[in-house]
Design a protein around this ligand. Structure first.
Ligand code: ADP
Ligand code: MG
Ligand code: MG
Length: 285
């Protein structure tokens, strides 16, 4: 394939809104990398794209935590800005949930072990003053140190992190609205300062889907906006959790993440202290 001075490009790993992510090998060290290529001509047609790209590089390179995907360096070629990321070989959480052999969802202890790592990564991110704002299972990657070691979570794609303008967020994310917090959609100016807990909401949705392989809010109406608005008024489907025998602790954990009012919602620091995570699952890592 294509060759950069230092990286030999291999197969495609994913395709996103701004370009492709491709597997690569560092020819000097032999290390595997993921190179996220952001197409430069986007910058001419979309004036915000350059800012977003700069922010993604700045934020990703400033965050160092074992549960976050690390940015090693970046460079450009005539057509692309290239982000060189550590290569995460275990696929994403979406595939992991869908392919998990148990039809009903992940066993609770396993879900709690993964959630603990997601919350650790996000508690660190929030402590650095950054909100991710695009947490969903396809942006959460998994790897194992060795084939027998436990799964390690690596949160990726800080492409929308700390983007303050909620209106832009709505228009750009309306294609996959399932993980958006109510206040993002309402653009509630009376509730400033709760930006970090939009991530808590998304994690509530993610945990629910891990435990049930289904979504907490009924998808009704043809218009995406209608579907999103339903989330302001409807309670989530807690009956399914009871039917599946999910523990009271897990139900409480999810309920506190899916609080509609941002000021009532559980922060990541509180999540780490919650009995569902602070129980047995936290001991083995
Ligand atoms: P976008 O902002 O376009 O959504 P992402 O950063 O989410 O781009 O990357 C798109 C996809 O590429 C991811 O969902 C994942 O499948 C794959 N990918 C991204 N980063 C890595 C990585 N470091 N290692 C392995 N695969 C990755
Ligand atoms: Mg993504
Ligand atoms: Mg992105």
């Amino acid at each position: 394939g294509e060759v950069y001075e230092r990286y030999q490009i291999l197969n495609q790993l994913g395709k996103g809104s701004f370009g492709e992510v491709r597997k690569a090998v560092d020819v000097e060290t032999g290390d595997l990398r993921a190179i996220k290529q952001i197409v430069k001509h986007r910058f001419q047609t979309d004036p915000k794209a350059l800012d977003l790209c700069r922010r993604e590089i700045e934020i990703t390179s400033s965050l160092h935590h074992e549960n976050l995907c690390r940015l090693i360096e970046w460079f450009e070629d005539p057509q692309h800005i290239c982000l060189v990321l550590e290569y995460i070989d275990g696929g994403d959480l979406l595939d992991y949930i869908l392919k998990y052999p148990n039809e009903m969802g992940l066993p609770e202890e396993h879900a709690a072990m993964l959630t603990l790592q997601i919350c650790r990564g996000m508690a660190y991110t929030h402590s650095r003053g950054v909100a991710h704002r695009d947490l969903k299972p396809d942006n959460i990657l998994l790897m194992r140190e060795t084939p027998d070691s436990p799964v390690v979570i690596k949160i990726a794609d800080f492409g929308l992190a700390k983007m303050v303008n909620a209106k832009t967020m709505l228009t750009s994310l309306v294609g996959t609205p399932q993980y958006l917090a109510p206040e993002v959609v309402m653009q509630d100016k009376r509730n400033p300062g709760y930006e970090n807990v939009v991530d808590s909401w998304s994690i509530g949705i993610i945990v629910y889907s891990m435990l049930t392989k289904s979504m907490p809010f009924a998808e009704e109406g043809d218009q995406p906006l209608e579907r999103i608005r339903a989330r302001f008024t409807q309670p989530f489907d807690v009956d399914l959790l009871f039917e599946r025998g999910i523990s009271d602790r897990a139900i409480d954990f999810i309920s506190r993440l899916l609080e509609k009012k941002p000021s009532d919602r559980m922060t990541m620091a509180q999540a780490l202290d919650h009995p569902w995570l602070a129980g047995p699952a936290s001991q083995d890592s």
